[in-house]
Ligand binder design. Structure first.
Ligand code: FAD
Length: 184
């Protein structure tokens, strides 16, 4: 596996979209318990108004259409293993991945298991590409910005983490640009 994503809110799903679209093997673990189910979005650029549950439904279908796996499971633990990470699910099944994207939302339980640096307000410390203090681990969305919880910011963080991972794997800067056919 190339990438494991923990959390299936807008942060995790956005990372999965970019990664799967670029052809990486990606699995998202989550149980569709995101805060989005309580939201009525009227501040997501390009969408006038949408119920958070409908947004999630469309996002999940979009991500799966590019080949990402969405697995209904809770991750119990994460640890460093060789060049990557071992991810153990509730029930004991374990998988390994080269990169880990944490989008745990408001509870940084796995981030703490890995000993990631945290700021005074509890945020997992990241750089502009969502990289944490541990190489290969990214933190996105509410986890990295507990005082700035907005769907579009989480989605942007997820995209940023994914593009950094793809650039690392491909050995150079990556952009995901598509053009309409009439533009050649
Ligand atoms: C009442 C309400 C109204 C809101 N209205 C708006 C609005 O109008 N506009 C707006 O922009 N935002 C709104 N929000 C905020 C918005 O919902 C959040 O900003 C957004 O959900 C954050 O996305 P995220 O991906 O960072 O985290 P989350 O959506 O919190 O997703 C984290 C996911 O990770 C899962 N998870 C955590 N740990 C594990 C684990 N160990 N294994 C597997 N899964 C795990 C959680 O169950 C959850 O599904 C609202 C929130 C609420 C509560």
């Amino acid at each position: 596996m190339d990438v494991v994503i923990v959390g299936d809110g807008p942060g995790g799903l956005s990372a999965a979209l970019f990664l799967a679209k670029a052809g990486l093997q990606v699995t998202v673990y989550g149980q569709d318990k995101t805060a989005m189910h309580w939201a009525l979005l009227r501040n997501y650029l390009g969408i006038a108004e949408i119920h958070g549950s409908e947004f999630q439904k469309r996002a999940r279908a979009q991500v799966e259409s590019f080949g990402a796996r969405l697995v209904d499971a809770r991750v119990e633990s994460v640890e460093k293993a060789g060049d990557g990470f071992r991810v153990t699910l509730e029930g004991g099944e374990a998988v390994t991945a080269r990169f880990l994207v944490l989008s745990e939302g408001k509870s940084p339980r796995l981030a703490d298991q890995l000993g990631l640096a945290r700021a005074e307000n509890g945020a997992v410390v990241t750089d502009i590409h969502a990289r944490t203090s541990l190489a290969g681990v990214y933190a996105v969305g509410r986890l990295a910005r507990p005082d700035r919880s907005q769907a579009i910011i989480s989605a942007g963080d997820g995209a940023s983490a994914a593009i950094d991972i793809i650039s690392t794997v491909r050995g150079g800067p990556y952009t995901d640009w598509d053009s309409p056919p009439e533009n050649g």
